[in-house]
Structures are given as C-alpha cells and as structure tokens.
Design a protein around this ligand. Sequence first.
Ligand SMILES: C[S@@+](CC[C@H](N)C(=O)[O-])C[C@H]1O[C@@H](n2cnc3c(N)ncnc32)[C@H](O)[C@@H]1O
Length: 245
Amino acid sequence: MPRHVHPGVVVRSSGAGSVGVRGRGEEPGRAVDRGSPMTTVPAPSARSAGVFLREFVRHPVHTASCTPSSRALAEVMCAPVPADGDPVVVELGPGTGAFTDLIAERLGGRGHHLAVELNPRLAALLQRRHPGLDVAVAPAAELPALLAERGLAGCDVVVSGLPWAAWPETTPLLTEVLAAALHPDGALTQFGYAWTRRARPARRLRHRLDQVFAEVVSGPAILRNVPPAFVHTARRPRREDVPRR
Ligand SMILES: C[S@@+](CC[C@H](N)C(=O)[O-])C[C@H]1O[C@@H](n2cnc3c(N)ncnc32)[C@H](O)[C@@H]1O
C-alpha cells in the first residue's frame, strides 16, 4: 500500500524482505522495507536501456543521458558503501538502476537502501527490478523529509546520479542539503562527464562541494563508460553555516 509523504510524493514499500535490523535513528518496531539478505539482483536488460532512451527523449534535461551508466562507473560510485554494519544508503536519480544493482549487492540486505527518483516511469521499472527496495517518487530536494518520514536521523552514503550539469545556474545544487543529511563520517559520490569537466557547471559544482565538504577528491576519467565519466567523492561535511546557493 503506497504511503503518502507529501502531496504528490508517493513512497512505495513492498513490506517484503525485512531482516530485522534497524538503521540509525529508526524507531523500534517501525516497519521499514529492506532487501532480503538473500537478494539476487536481476541483470539489467535491453529493456532497461530502451526505457532509459525513451525517457531521455521525453525528458532530456532531467534524464540528461541517453544510456545507463556502466558497471565500471558504478564500481567507483558505490565504493563508499560500507562492507559491514547496517548503513543507510541513499541513491538520488537511480534511473534504471545502474548503481542500484551494485549497492544492493554490496548491502546484501543490510541497512536501509532508499532510492529517490523523480520520474515515475523509471521508479516503477526500478521497483519491478528490485521489489524489496525502498523507492520514493520525489525530487531529491525532499531528502530531509523522506529520511524523517522513515525515522532515519541521517544517512551514511549518498550515491548521486543527479544531472546537475543540465540545471540552470539559478537551481540550487543541493550540496548543502546532502551535507546536512550525511552523518559526520559519511560520504557523497557524484559523477560528471569527463568532456564537461572544465565547463562552467562542473566548476560551479566543484566549488560548492569544496564549500560544504572538508574533503573532495575528483577521480580520473573512467573510460569504460559512454561517455567517459569521472567521480567526485566528498567526505567530512562541514557543520558550520555555508551560504545557500
Ligand atoms: C543521468 S540519469 C542517471 C541514472 C542512473 N543513476 C545512471 O547512472 O545510469 C539522471 C537521473 O536522475 C533523475 N532525476 C533528475 N532530476 C531529479 C531530481 N531532482 N530528483 C530525483 N531524481 C532526479 C532522472 O529522472 C534520471 O533517472
């Protein structure tokens, strides 16, 4: 049964696959959906690629790519997902699930995996591929409310596929929202396309990351992705006030 979080925001939760562990800050006894420890991740299909392309044609600015990310890029994006414990992992803009698959593999049913996707068609596809996943059809800016709704005090990792480079300069990059949602030892990963690395939007993002995180590492080009991409890994969110932009 879908639960309504905010007007226009529907959270689907299958209720299957709870492993009886609680994420940080959850209320005891609160029903939270997680994948089973025995979760097997369905392989991405040609259908996923077709859906992605169709959604790109429908919403080029929001989708911002005509093909899902590669496994090589996913490996770097998902590297901060802890190998033990019960981490809260948030995925923003999961699309057809290029990173979702690897996060689910790494978690193996531990912790809480929340995927926040604006496009309801992509969210529905993702939910079909990962029935135990907590999928929120919502803009990423709603993250604080989505965490609160689940009784989660924050998150350990944010894996972001948000197409910030396509956003107008006046649109907030959400970096301070994400820094505030992360626990002090948490990490954010965000990818960009290598050929845009020196362009103004990419410089704007790097500048904002430097303002709200004490440590930002921008990795080398990952050539085994179409188009080649690179990953920012940001840690140690600054707690002091930073100017909003
Ligand atoms: C470049 S695609 C990345 C998809 C996937 N992570 C990948 O790498 O293959 C961007 C995704 O972000 C979603 N998106 C765009 N704006 C969003 C927003 N404000 N909040 C949540 N999702 C958003 C799009 O619908 C799309 O699925």
